[in-house]
Write a protein that binds this ligand. Sequence first.
Ligand code: NAD
Ligand code: TYD
Length: 354
Amino acid sequence: MNFDKTILVTGGAGFIGSHVIRLLVNKYPNYKIVNLDKLTYAGNLENLTDVENADNYSFVKACITDADQMDKVFDQYKPDGVIHLAAESHVDRSISDPMSFIKTNIVGTVNLLNAARKSWDGNFDGKLFYHVSTDEVYGTLGETGLFTEETPYDPRSPYSSSKASSDHLVRAYFHTYGLPVVISNCSNNYGPNQFPEKLIPLFVNNIKNNKPLPVYGDGKYTRDWLWVMDHATAIDVIYHKGKLGDTYNIGGENEWTNMDLIHLMIEITDKQLGREPGTSKSLITYVKDRAGHDRRYAIDSAKLMRELGWKPTLQTQEGMEKTVAWYLENEKWMENVTSGNYQKYYEQQYTNRV
Ligand code: NAD
Ligand code: TYD
């Protein structure tokens, strides 16, 4: 079959990547979508069972830290575009093991940039390297203000520092080698298929199992939450219409303190479990704070809305109801991802804190 173009999506078996793959495979039958993923603890092909047999989809198991492998993948698939999501993504893990973040997020990104540069060999017509990044590169906000595309980088965790480094390197390849690139920096995502080390799936699962809900510090940290499908549609729009060399901030205009969000989660989860709403408040347990915990993130997405016409679609109440329902209904998925190595991580992460 002949396709109009081939897009290599890295990290497509992860949380956001799987939603991006599903959107692209279904929306663009004329594109070949190649999912490159190492399948770390966070990568799960069960996230993609509904599209795995599509004619325009292929999966390749490879590690972005292996430069030779990246060259081979480019030789074999000759992608016109890359949407790069593969990363180590959890702040707490970056605190206990920074080196794996340096290897995957920095070295891995440079390996992909080099492979693209070699493969495209100066013929950049119709080519694009799209780097997916985070708002955490901007550091932390006080009580007011928003991160704009002009906010100076000030990352504070090994995770955000490694993502900031990769953003700088992507821009360096644009300026130095003329590689066609675009970058987006997004706020916290929520929705189905997120690994339950992150706040929302962890807490829904703990409420269900009557386990403690470990609140870091005073719980007054603020995040700007975006429905994961809204991130996927933003990536689609930016891939097709974004200006080369530009950065786009993506956010939900949806700030919540952790405690307010936790109360909403408890209310919705209790209701869906048939418990009196609020019963699970007794599970709230304040634990030692995360080291270097960023106080507040909030994104100004005006540029993306104004220039490319994107906007978030889902309000939190509805998004959280759908999210909670998904985790409660997909028991098998939850069981599969919380068995084995994850159990060990959970014990290490929380034994001394709760
Ligand atoms: P995730 O941890 O759920 O998924 C990461 C995926 O990358 C997994 O499938 C994993 O197997 C794969 N991967 C990891 N190391 C790899 C390697 N060495 N080689 C190949 N594949 C590898 O992460 P996510 O939450 O889906 O985040 C995806 C991207 O979006 C990341 O770049 C992250 O920085 C960024 N981001 C995430 C959020 C968020 O709220 N989750 C917000 C903004 C930006
Ligand atoms: P997280 O989902 O890890 O995203 P990020 O740190 O990238 O924003 O955490 C979201 C917020 O929830 C953050 O302020 C840390 C807090 N948190 C807890 O209070 N307890 C937990 O067990 C976890 C995982 C997070």
